[in-house]
Design a protein. Structure first.
Length: 504
């Protein structure tokens, strides 16, 4: 740390606001703002102010403050840029390698290296840990020179190149610009991406630390900056580098950036009355199946509809428009099918719904329908200020009148989340699988939830032809049962399943 007090204060505030649920954390700070040992009686007020801020933060936490024995050379940060000297770079590399040694010696599972001019979102650590990657950085954006567009602190190869590396394939200046812009735009979308270089906000697993990653100079490498040497060494050790873009920090690269910090939103408060209910759905080729009656039924209790049509080649979009009646409808029609990557499709539905600023989201598929009493009772479930998620029992119908119940078909014996209050202050996390990812983020039940005795009929298995088609699709897309249960897949074609009459 060698930071102006105003910027350091915002950094420390963001550390104090970090969501550390399930995490045991210790802090390790290198206070390079000037030695407090009499070596330099001319230490200015900024150095003293920064040391005081750091001491106050550390006083109530498991924190170690390391004061370097020697005073660093001058380091200038102006409104134009940061002026790094070669000796300062390797001084910082030594500090970071000291942190790696401590993490290894004291048995830490991860090391989180972060620069002191970042303002972190509260969910940053949770998001990085959820990736399961050995080396992953949260992406932030910086105008490296005034007037230039903001760019990320991650790159694809060499010093700071943002176009894919194709050895032996010369690229024109125009092609380089186009491919670089494509990479930058990709990073604007929430997700996890493999990169060739990263730094400044990086989570490193113990596995990577034990493999030998470090920041020390590689003598025969000309690249500038200790992060480049870390990344090259990691790649040589067979470790992949990843960039997450779901929780971007704010980079206070200049003092003037302080004025651009977003205003802290007011604390989230639950509405007890007047909530609107938005039904969210992904559909494909449902025109001749159950879609019309599902939507017509839902229109009796839903305020808004958000539907993503996954490149249907029948009249599904028309059925959607007709069945919702006079209810507001957001209908997005994909040009190319996405269901082979189910989590991407589910996220698209979710993000389209969030864009409508909803109160409550009801996630139904095109073959799911509530029993009739939902028309009166769903409103009571959303107009309350205690729970954020409501769970229901789902019954798999094997005909119009009977549902299946045996060792492989037990969904109705537990409750599942279908209804969720949208909370902009919660970091939703998806199960990143191509199949069986779930219709809602996987961490949804971390929010306060309650169970309802309302039941949902799942009609997707009610026709023999549909069962055969689903069996074939599962065996084609998941033949080894990586995402589901092979025994359940095979049971789809049972000739004499145990079925129970449905009673309304």
């Amino acid at each position: 740390m060698r930071q102006a007090p105003a910027i350091l204060a915002r950094f420390l505030d963001s550390l104090a606001s970090m969501d550390l649920s399930g995490i045991q954390i210790a802090y390790h700070f290198v206070a390079d703002n000037g030695a407090d040992n009499g070596a330099d009686n001319g230490a200015d007020n900024e150095d003293s102010g920064s040391r005081a801020l750091l001491a106050a933060f550390a006083a109530t936490r498991d924190a170690r403050i390391v004061q370097p024995e020697t005073r660093a050379a001058p380091y200038a940060c102006t409104e134009d840029t940061h002026h790094w000297r070669e000796d300062l770079i390797w001084r910082v590399a030594g500090f970071k390698d000291g942190m790696i040694r401590r993490a290894l010696e004291e048995g830490f599972d991860h090391l989180f290296l972060v620069d002191s001019d970042l303002v972190l979102a509260p969910q940053t650590l949770q998001v990085l840990l959820s990736t399961g990657r050995d080396i992953v950085s949260e992406v932030f954006w910086t105008r490296w020179s005034p007037g230039e567009p903001p760019l990320p602190q991650v790159w694809l190869h060499d010093q700071y190149e943002m176009y894919p590396l194709n050895r032996g394939v010369p690229l024109s200046e125009h092609a380089v610009a186009v491919q670089s812009q494509r990479f930058v735009q990709q990073l604007r979308r929430p997700g996890l991406y493999r990169v060739g270089g990263l730094g400044a906000c990086t989570l490193i697993s113990r596995r990577a630390l034990e493999a030998g990653v470090r920041f020390a100079e590689i003598p025969n490498l000309s690249f500038w900056g200790e992060d480049r040497h870390f990344c090259v060494r990691a790649a040589a050790l067979g470790l992949e580098l990843w960039a997450d873009t779901r929780c971007p920090p704010t980079h206070l690269y200049r003092s003037s950036d302080l004025s651009e910090l977003p205003v802290t939103p007011p604390p989230f408060t639950r509405k007890k009355t007047g909530n609107r209910l938005t039904l969210c759905m992904a559909v494909r080729n449902e025109a001749d199946r159950d879609l019309r009656r599902v939507l017509t039924h839902a229109a009796q209790y839903v305020d808004d509809f958000v539907i993503v049509d996954d490149a249907s080649d029948d009249d599904t979009p028309r059925v959607c428009r007709e069945a919702v009646g006079d209810r507001p409808l957001t209908l997005i029609v994909n040009e190319e099918r996405m269901f082979g990557d189910e989590v991407t499709l589910r996220k698209k539905v979710w993000e389209a719904a969030i864009a409508t600023h909803p109160d409550w989201l009801l996630m139904l598929d095109a073959d799911e329908i509530f029993e009739d009493r939902a028309i009166q009772e769903l409103r009571l479930l959303i107009d309350q200020d205690e729970a954020d998620v409501v769970v229901f029992r789902l019954y798999d119908f094997w005909s119009e009148t009977h549902y299946r119940e045996d060792e492989h078909w037990t969904a109705h014996q537990r409750a599942w989340p279908f209804l969720v209050r949208y909370r902009p202050d919660f970091m939703y996390r998806w199960r990143e699988t191509a199949l069986h990812c779930g219709r809602l983020p996987e961490n949804i039940l971390e929010l306060p939830h309650r169970a309802s005795d309302l039941r949902i009929r799942h009609l997707g298995w009610a026709r023999e032809a549909d069962r055969v088609a689903k069996y074939q699709r599962y065996m084609e897309t998941d033949p080894e049962g990586r995402y589901g249960d092979l025994a359940q897949y095979r049971s789809i074609l049972d000739l004499t399943p145990r079925c129970i009459p449905w009673e309304e």
